[in-house]
Design a protein around this ligand. Sequence first.
Ligand code: ADP
Ligand code: MG
Length: 804
Amino acid sequence: MSQDTLRRTVLKIGGMHCAGCIVSIQNSVLRLGGVEKCEVNLASEKAYVEYDSVQADIKSIEDQIRKAGYTVVYQDATFVLSGIDDLVDLHGLEKEIGKTDGVRQVLVNYGNSHMSLQYNPALVSLADLRQKISDLHYKIVSEDLTASAEQVESCTLKRYFLVSLALTVPVLIYSYPEIFGFVPFSGNYLATYFVFACSTVVQFGPGGRFYLGAYRVAKMRSANMDTLVVTGTTAAYLFSAAHIFPTPDWHHLSFDASSAVITFILLGKYLENKTKARTSLTMQKLLEIQPQMATIRNGNREVEVPVDNICQGDMIVVRPGLRIPVDGIVIDGDSAVDQSAITGESTPARKKAGDIAIGGTVNIEGALVIRALRVGRQTLLSQICKMVEDAVSKKPPMQKIVDAVAGRFAFVVMAVSAVTFLLWLVASSQNVGLALIPAVAILVVACPCALGLATPTAIMVGIGRGAQHGVLFKKSQALESLDKIDVAVFDKTGTLTLSRPQVTGILSLDNTKESEIIAVAASAERYSEHPIAKAITKKSSEIGVVLHDASNFISSPGLGVAAKVADRDVLVGSMRLMEQNKVNVSNALDMISNMQEELKIVVAVSVNLQLVGLISLQEVPRPESGATIQALKEQGIKTVMLTGDNKISANSVASKLGVDIVIADVLPQDKAREIERLQKGGNRVAMIGDGINDAPALSQADVGIVLGSGTDIALEAGDVILVQDNLLGIVSALDLARKTMQKIRRNITYAFAYNIVLIPLAGLGMLYPALAGAAMAASSVSVTTNSLLLKRWKPKMQATNLHS
Ligand code: ADP
Ligand code: MG
């Protein structure tokens, strides 16, 4: 399949109950020709699908999900618009909005200007729709948004549970006349009919949803929790019903077993639904920090507009105490801005003219005037949200194994239950009523629900929490890999050291004036993004030299630059660059090694292949580098410095910071090979870089960690992004990964252990079905609650704003 026809989509699914559902949906969708990948997440109830658009389309995928017995959830929204003047408007609007990915059934009513549509919340958000509408120049007057799918489900479950409970109480009371003898009609045969009536309603009323669920998976020749519940409770119900007529036989009635199980499982589902909704809340919170309205300065008028209407270049006024609406550059004003919502750093950052302000952060002190730079989906905040969503929707390998096991589990349980039934039948000399109890208890207690929730709930909370503290995981797999690393490899310039070295010395080797050396070098470096280049150009403007005309710029990553400067061939870079170009450096070697002392980088400048001068730059280690290296070492992680700089200056930085191993003189393209060598030696490697010319190494490593600069983030490279320009973020990322993986392992162990202990107990007849139902509900809820505890996670070493 070619890359251009590959499409990815996410669908929100309704009707999922447990891990068994995952497998049946996945199998059903994967059966469709052209579908490459389908991963279903139980916690977020979303399916992530990759397919070839030539062979398959969204509609056929949706059909396949429906065939498996589930629904694809679309949400309803109604916008009241202004600006619809005629029918042409109307048709145009319907057509344009209808074209949006994830929108179906757009209807615009000319009479009342209502636009109602159904949209797939996994593909488009309300914010996107608003944006689209305002892009088409219609104004939204008001919105009527129906409750989200989760809220609807939660309400239904609650209602079902309450009805079921109300009917189960009399069933329980009249089922035990020996305890509740004081209740009128207790022990009377009339009471039996009443019990029968109540439990029939429970069984097929609120309990009806389990039959529906079981039917769905049965059609797929699969089984899930619904199958188990239905088999168990139906057996108990039918057996009891058979002993009601003509005269009730008290000893053979276990209506309490069928009704109480249904009631407890409904309660469990309801609580699970509530807690599950809270796990995704962490991420929703991120999105909500963008304000709805903003003030735009238009000439000397100020107008309030919805944030979606802001265009690039608009002047925005942000008063103290308000959130900055979009990313922009400060034009006027001077204020402290609390960026903690985005970067997690607690100290406010100072913002004055020329600084970048990030949308979603809070202006604390003075008014700021900002020119909008990035709006809509381009803002850092929306990109972060999108990334986090993506990360959560892709499953880590561990989860795939668990899903596969859980999918087959139901069949094993049914077999175990059947065998138990037969054994009891023999042991109790054919007392069906007695044999039925342990068999039903096994079916109920063994449901693998908790197993299905163990991983995704923890990942959702973990990744969401990280995002709130400036640690972005791009794939959930990165949590798993980071947890296992034993070597951390750091790039030197810009990573262990601040990305702004300073020119401290200029040495002329012939009669060229020092200012001329810097002028020539700066002219050649003017387009290079390298920290060394920036330092040299900065120095030249400080001295105030005039730059020469230059052309034919060639940059050799890890070596330096070449250019034609005022008709002369100029090279600026390492000794290696000079040697490669056969520039004679022998007469300067002494001087170079003299200059290469503590934390100095020496760069050579040649004109027409003659060495004319040396420029020395002072590197400053980041203030937190030492502490970071130390913290990693304490966790048993070996630290390595990988640099294109020479051994002498590399070693001086390394020894100052306490780095274990130095690998120097490595060209950027060879850095990936060095990482591979470490991996071949049996190490799991994390690579930490600034994303400038170390992308191959970052992707070769088991985990690539990219250091952001606080305002601008290279979102493409790396698996983990530290939003804050602070190395200590690595320690936080590692800690969060470890805590999350620990939670997952504990959840899985707990879920398995629960089955391993309770199944035999149930088999021995020591666990009554109603209790089994309660235990099952408790296990899913406690696994989800355990994951929610991750919400309390905080970075241990609070990274303060050290560089501004
Ligand atoms: P690191 O691996 O520490 O990030 P690089 O691979 O970026 O370092 O660069 C290695 C060496 O190459 C530098 O120490 C410098 O000598 C030289 N060099 C690279 N780019 C430039 C440049 N633009 N100007 C001058 N020298 C450069
Ligand atoms: Mg570098």
